[in-house]
Design a binder for this molecule. Structure first.
Ligand SMILES: [Zn+2]
Length: 371
């Protein structure tokens, strides 16, 4: 009898565990969205008024932009530049990396440019030895996208990446083709695509940017949003790129406008999540960047190992059941390597599945999970 009771108890425990795992499986999704080379300074201070009217920032002929994003205080300017971040996201999520308040987010890789940064975001570790260029090659490590697909046994299209920069076809996966990726000026290869997806895919080739390897963020974002609505992926990564390209072109006016556009995209994706029962109350939203830039008028356009301050970035997260920490302050220390572990922790997958992981899940995620 005792033995029978023990067997029953064990069976019951196993059923409960399986049930909890299945429920977690059903309940968890992630949307990751990045803006290339978007400085922490603009996120937390808004547009820099010292740049207004200056020829070397492209602001000489852009007085209307200065008017739109100007203001007497940093609080006023940042709310104009990023209205979703500062009117809504700050109330429902957490924003890290305001160095003026003692909060810091840094890249661990020493390169401070794009491939190393995105790889660190997607693999939870720097690989300075292997990744030292922006050449379009498969990622030397398995990415969080591949790990989520494998661990949850998902179909390929259930883990998707849309990128403005063509090199995401390499960065996104160690095994090419293992997850769904559409990046740069590339036709969407998708059976049964909606009319909207087909139209966006076709029109991208008529809407050229000044760059051969980066298509418009508009195309990337609209494709991703329509994909979310019609395909319901469990993990969606939207990688926007124009902020960095306009900065390199020394066009602070366009850089500001693309930041404002990015803020609108984050708001739209959040609202889309809230409108769909498949995502509402079970989706983690993560917004991030691949690297910082110089802090001065003479080097704000640049980044890289030799640019002081380009290692400092920012990070924003929001999700149902997560404490809304608002703007992080003194003592908050995070790294770019923490993003992939955070995504896995949210999905109920041990973050140590990331080979050689250097980062850790955000404490808020770990705490939220145990509730
Ligand atoms: Zn760049």
């Amino acid at each position: 009898m005792k033995v029978l009771m023990r067997i029953l108890a064990l069976l019951f425990a196993a059923m409960m565990a399986a049930g909890a795992a299945a429920q977690q499986d059903l309940h968890r999704s992630v949307v990751l969205i990045t803006a290339d080379g978007l400085r922490w300074q603009e996120i937390f201070r808004g547009a820099d008024p010292a740049f207004f009217g200056r020829e070397e920032t492209g602001m000489k002929d852009a007085r209307d932009v200065a008017r739109r994003f100007g203001g007497a205080s940093a609080a006023e300017r940042r709310a104009k530049l990023l209205p979703f971040f500062w009117n809504e996201l700050v109330k429902i999520g957490s924003l890290y990396g305001n160095r003026d308040k003692g909060s810091e987010v840094v890249v661990r890789n020493r390169h401070r440019f794009s491939y190393p940064g995105y790889s660190e975001i997607l693999t939870g570790r720097p690989r300075d030895d292997l990744i030292d260029s922006n050449d379009n090659r498969p990622n030397p490590s398995f990415t969080v996208l591949e790990i989520v697909r494998k661990e949850l046994g998902l179909a390929r299209e259930q883990v998707a990446l849309f990128g403005s920069w063509e090199t995401f076809s390499g960065i996104g996966a160690h095994e090419p083709g293992s997850v769904f990726i559409n990046a740069g000026y590339t036709s969407l290869e998708l059976a049964g695509a909606s009319a909207r997806l087909i139209e966006l895919s076709r029109d991208q080739f008529s809407l050229l940017t000044p760059w051969r390897t980066v298509r418009h963020d508009y195309t990337t974002f609209e494709l991703a949003l329509e994909y979310l609505r019609t395909r319901k992926p469990r993990l969606l990564y939207i990688a926007l790129g124009e902020t960095d390209d306009w900065a390199h072109a020394k066009r602070y006016d366009r850089y500001l406008e693309m930041i404002h556009y990015f803020d609108g995209c984050v708001g739209r994706i959040w609202r889309a999540i809230q409108q769909m029962p498949e995502y509402r109350d079970r989706t983690l939203l993560v917004a991030a960047t691949d690297h910082g830039r110089g802090s001065k008028i003479k080097n704000w356009d640049r980044h890289g190992a030799d640019v002081r301050g380009a290692q400092y970035i920012w990070l924003a997260v929001a999700g149902a059941g997560l404490a809304a920490g608002g703007e992080a302050g003194e003592g908050s220390r995070l790294t770019q390597s923490d993003i992939a572990p955070t995504i896995l922790e949210w999905m109920g997958i041990p973050y140590t599945k990331l080979e050689g992981v250097a980062g850790r899940p955000l404490p808020a995620i770990a705490a939220g999970k145990s509730r």
